[in-house]
Design a protein. Structure first.
Lengths: 113, 119
């Protein structure tokens, strides 16, 4: 069964303390991996798409990387406004339609001032 | 990206009633989806809203419980019928822009969600 696992479930950092969030997946035929940010009471906000192992994407303090089994979201010198739940999702090549995304359960990040 | 609005943003409903949620997009999109996010959990796809034809439902979701309409390429509705407390969730509209063919891995964009509480 295809699975997406995010760790840790929750992470508390001091402002400026860099860290990484993990998204591991056991799927066959990965077509794309997505990272989203979700603030409380809001819909997920798209951050990155990664298509193949070795690919990296950056946006401000965030950098996403992808290997054949997992993705990391690196947060460099975080600020309190980076506090949110970070979700990853994978899209695979199933025998039927390729429209389905499988979401992880998310990492709740809190950055303390 | 796409600007997506949902109405209502939240509602409190009585058991046995129905609620219709509206999703409006600022531009034409090829695919629209409806997700559910139960408290403390991640997103689960309910169905794909197809323009001009019946929605395609995922396992565990049926049309009688979650009827969906999509009259054009910018608008869709999801109705939660005969509600019970177990239907309390955030319901999210999502869209994928771009062609229906090759770029199937284009990212999904999400609306702000509708927070539903059923008493």
């Amino acid at each position: 069964e295809d699975q997406v696992t995010q760790s840790p479930e929750a992470l508390r950092l001091q402002e400026g303390e860099s860290s990484s969030l993990n998204c591991s997946y056991t799927v066959s035929g990965l077509r794309g991996l997505f990272w989203y940010r979700q603030d409380p009471g809001k819909g997920p906000e798209f951050l990155f798409t990664l298509y193949s192992a070795g690919e990296e994407k950056e946006k401000e303090r965030l950098k996403a990387t992808l290997t054949k089994k997992e993705s990391f979201l690196h947060i460099t010198a975080p600020k309190p406004e980076d506090s949110a739940t970070y979700l990853c999702a994978v899209q695979i090549v199933p025998s039927g339609s390729a429209r389905q995304l499988t979401f992880g359960s998310g990492t709740q990040l809190t950055v303390l001032p | 990206s796409a600007v997506i609005s949902q109405k209502p943003s939240r509602d409190i409903c009585q058991r046995g009633t129905s609620l219709t949620i509206q999703c409006q997009v600022d531009s034409q999109v090829t695919m629209m989806f409806w997700y559910r996010q139960q408290p403390g959990q991640s997103l689960t796809l309910i169905a794909t809203a197809n323009q001009g034809s019946e929605a395609t439902y995922e396992s565990g979701f049926v049309i009688d419980k979650f009827p969906i309409s999509r009259p054009n390429l910018t608008f869709s509705t999801l109705t939660v019928s005969n509600m019970s407390p177990e239907d309390s969730s955030i319901y999210l509209c999502s869209v994928k822009k771009g062609g229906a063919g090759g770029r199937d891995v284009d990212p999904r964009f999400f609306g702000p969600g509708t927070r539903l509480t059923v008493l």
